[in-house]
Write a new protein. Structure first.
Length: 306
């Protein structure tokens, strides 16, 4: 009997590890952070939180709707569902008490999302012009900043992807640069992908030349090309946005990635080509970038200017 109990305990322990490994560490942290807020809400009202019940979740959605965007409600609901699943419990998130409440909230507060602005190509050029000016005084730091911004933009990278690039991820070829991305937020199973960045005709704005300059200028031999935190990417970008006169609060490190998608879309790139670089699995976000890029290009008022 003791052998059976030990075997069951071992299987249960391994199963829990598998369940935990089904999500990335960052994703699990986000789920737990969201669930912590739900836990506090339930504790304050003397409601059960694990396992919880449908009414508690519905009340929590109403509570959140008073000061949060609709997207936040959907994310918190997903977090509650995942944490319960990991603990062996089930919540019917399609139950009318939750589903219909969310539908009513959606109608009341709307689902518009006002995200951070993309860094468009004209402002990218202004930033690079400023960096080149400062290179006279602070060559190494400016060379690093230029490489981070141009690689981040040209590859449609996430911040975390930029700071996790390693030397053996790079392959310089005649046409340009191949970058092997071994794992990312959108690639939880580690399938990997290769991003191809061609040489630019204007060497001043060429990401490959900027990267080569940084590899030559850096003073350490770290395997990581940019051995910094992902927050460093945002701080560097915001620094130069302020210098060129833009409000850095309206931008984030993600502005490099969204800027690539929006700028290439405005120059005629189709959604498949954009997704091949960014690694987006769904067309929803890419189509939003394309829509934004066409606001003025396909504007009916242009007909009055003919």
């Amino acid at each position: 009997m003791s052998n059976i109990i030990n075997k069951l305990n071992e299987l249960e322990k391994e199963t829990n590890l598998n369940l935990g490994s089904s999500k990335s560490l960052n994703t699990l942290r986000a789920y737990r952070s969201d669930f912590s807020d739900f836990k506090n809400f339930c504790s304050d009202l003397n409601l059960p939180y694990l396992p919880t019940h449908i009414k508690a979740v519905s009340l929590y959605m109403t509570h959140l709707s008073k000061s949060n965007k609709y997207s936040t409600l959907k994310r918190r609901l997903a977090s509650i569902n995942v944490i319960h699943s990991l603990k062996g419990f089930h919540i019917d998130t399609k139950n009318p008490l939750i589903k219909d409440n969310l539908e009513g909230i959606k109608r009341k507060i709307g689902i518009y999302q006002n995200g951070k602005k993309p860094l468009l190509i004209n402002n990218l050029h202004k930033i690079i012009d400023v960096i080149d000016y400062y290179k006279i005084q602070k060559y190494v730091r400016s060379t690093r900043d230029k490489a981070i911004i141009l690689i981040g933009f040209s590859g449609g990278f996430r911040r975390s992807e930029i700071v996790n690039l390693k030397k053996n991820d790079l392959e310089f070829v005649e046409e340009g640069l191949k970058i092997s991305l071994r794992r990312s937020k959108g690639d939880q199973y580690g399938e990997g992908m290769i991003k191809a960045i061609p040489y630019f005709n204007n060497k001043k704005y060429c990401a490959i030349i900027a990267l080569q300059d940084w590899l030559s200028a850096r003073t350490n031999n770290n395997d990581l090309i940019f051995p910094y935190s992902d927050k460093t990417v945002s701080l560097i970008l915001k620094k130069y946005l302020n210098i060129i006169g833009l409000d850095s609060r309206l931008y984030s490190g993600h502005s490099l990635r969204s800027g690539f998608a929006t700028s290439t879309a405005s120059h005629g790139a189709d959604e498949r080509s954009i997704m091949a670089m960014t690694g987006h699995k769904s067309t929803e976000m890419v189509r939003r970038y394309i829509k934004d890029s066409n606001l003025f290009k396909n504007n009916a008022l242009n007909k009055l200017n003919d």
